[in-house]
Design a protein around this ligand. Sequence first.
Ligand code: ZN
Length: 187
Amino acid sequence: MAIRNILKIGNPILRQKSEEVPLNEIRSKEIKDLVKDMFDSMKAANGIGLAAPQIGVLKQVVIVGYEPTNRYPNVKFDREYDGIKYRVFINPKIEYLTQETMGFWEGCLSVPGMRGYVERPKRIRITFYDMEEEFHDEIIEGFEAIVVQHECDHLDGILYVDRLKDTKLFGFDEEFEKAKQYPPIKV
Ligand code: ZN
């Protein structure tokens, strides 16, 4: 087990594009170790998603998943937000299936302590490989679609702060919390 250091905004690696994992390397020890380190690092930081560049590896590997936690204490979760299955997405490609958006107060382990309001398409099609080199083509919607889009953005060097609707809706979690100023989310 290795908990790796998570890079923070300002580190130029977070602004670079990640490379595809060659198919014949998906089942390699290198990728297995990378994914294991990513899960260890994400869980240690109490995150719900992590992309390889966040631990300094410019490869197209993303993980998501969480059990119900207190990470979003201000948000009243519907049942569907009670958790997300732990999953690995290798070489993910996203296609937007709707113009309809869903808004959420996003956070990022690379922008610690802060939150910002972002709206993203509600429903996406995603193709990717899993760790067994199986190809998947799926439709994902709702909160999981938001998390997956956030993580896949990291592979293009994009952070959620680049997608803020309004910079006034961005700040330290602690301050919003104190002021009780979280505007309602759009679902
Ligand atoms: Zn992030």
